[in-house]
Design a binder for this molecule. Structure first.
Ligand code: ATR
Length: 307
């Protein structure tokens, strides 16, 4: 029996899932349900459409419904920060939450993921984590052979995903970081924050005058067919980049990636990043090693169709 075929949920099945808006494109359920089946864990991973004004009530509701944990996607990653009971170092460092672990105290009074406890007694708290930043670096290396140290990077966006990316790239010693965002004030604020933390980094707002090694799209533009490009081609022709990485993975080739491919750039979508952030999230919820190859196969089948 393929590992993705599972019995129907029962009265014992526990829930875990992703909150976002839009979220119907998400490949996380396919990836995580395959992993849960492989691990023999009786949990079900669901996708819930939640608007930003309902995020706080949705988080409380998930906790009260006994969810084991959550992933957060557009537009919740920054909004969730003040809503968490505790933040781990990664979420505090990058100011964005993409993984929530619901925790309770075990018999020794140690806070553990509720998914790892036989019985949950006492209060349940939310712990906000960020598994995006490490996942991005790994995917950039594997998919595009990019080593951020000393690289010139044009980052599109200044929301939660962009913020984690920018701060992590700064930590890695990026050579030049150029920030472009629809709301320029957010890009300026992010640039100021990076300069305050890592004064050595050359970070600027706007399009670079010269070439870059990589353009990184961390906006949500490209998810919908009607979306405009996240890059102003008159201000910065895509051919001035060696590679283009789009955090979006559905469609597998966004209009930005198509332009880039046609201009001769190396391209990668966000599937590798999704895989690695998902594997790290699963390990936080289960305290077990994620079945990476099972997750990778499920994702690729979901997005590209079964081979
Ligand atoms: P996430 O938590 O996934 O990063 P987010 O914080 O809502 O989601 O960030 C979305 C990013 O996409 C932001 O950079 C946003 O630009 P603004 O800061 O100006 O809102 C960008 N974005 C979303 N819709 C956009 C649009 N229609 N045009 C241009 N940029 C857009």
């Amino acid at each position: 029996m393929p590992s993705t075929l599972r019995p129907s949920p029962s009265a014992r099945t526990r829930l875990v899932g992703v909150l976002g808006s839009p979220v119907r494109h998400s490949a996380s359920p396919a990836m995580h349900n395959a992993a849960l089946a492989d691990l023999g864990v009786d949990w079900s991973y669901v996708a819930c459409e939640v608007s930003p004004d309902r995020l706080a009530t949705a988080l409380n509701g998930a906790r009260d419904l006994g969810f084991v944990g959550l992933n957060l996607t557009v537009p919740h990653k920054q909004l969730a920060v003040p809503l968490m009971d505790v933040l781990d170092d990664s979420a505090r460092e990058y100011g964005a939450v993409n993984t929530v672990v619901f925790e309770a105290e075990d018999a020794e009074g140690i806070w553990r993921p509720v998914g790892c406890l036989r019985e949950v007694r006492g209060p349940v708290r939310s712990r906000g984590c960020n598994t995006d930043a490490d996942a991005l670096l790994r995917a950039l290396g594997e998919d595009l052979g990019i080593e951020p140290r000393a690289a010139r990077i044009l980052l599109l966006g200044a929301g939660g995903a962009a913020r984690a990316a920018a701060l992590r790239l700064a930590d890695e010693g990026v050579g030049e970081l150029w920030l472009v965002n629809r709301t320029e004030a957010k890009a300026t604020e992010l640039a100021e924050e990076i300069l305050a933390r890592t004064p050595i980094v050359d970070v600027q707002v706007g399009y670079p005058p010269g070439d870059v090694e990589i353009i990184l799209n961390a906006t949500s533009l490209g998810l919908k067919e009607s979306d405009p490009l996240p890059l102003d081609l008159t201000a910065f022709p895509v051919s001035r980049a060696d590679g283009v990485f789009d955090m979006i993975y559905r469609p597998a080739e966004t209009p930005l990636l198509r332009h880039a491919r046609e201009a001769g750039c190396r391209t990668a979508n966000g599937l590798g990043m999704l895989l690695y952030q998902g594997a790290a999230a699963l390990e936080l919820w289960t305290e077990r090693t994620a079945p990476l190859e099972v997750m990778r196969r499920a994702l690729w089948n979901e997005v590209y169709g079964a081979a």
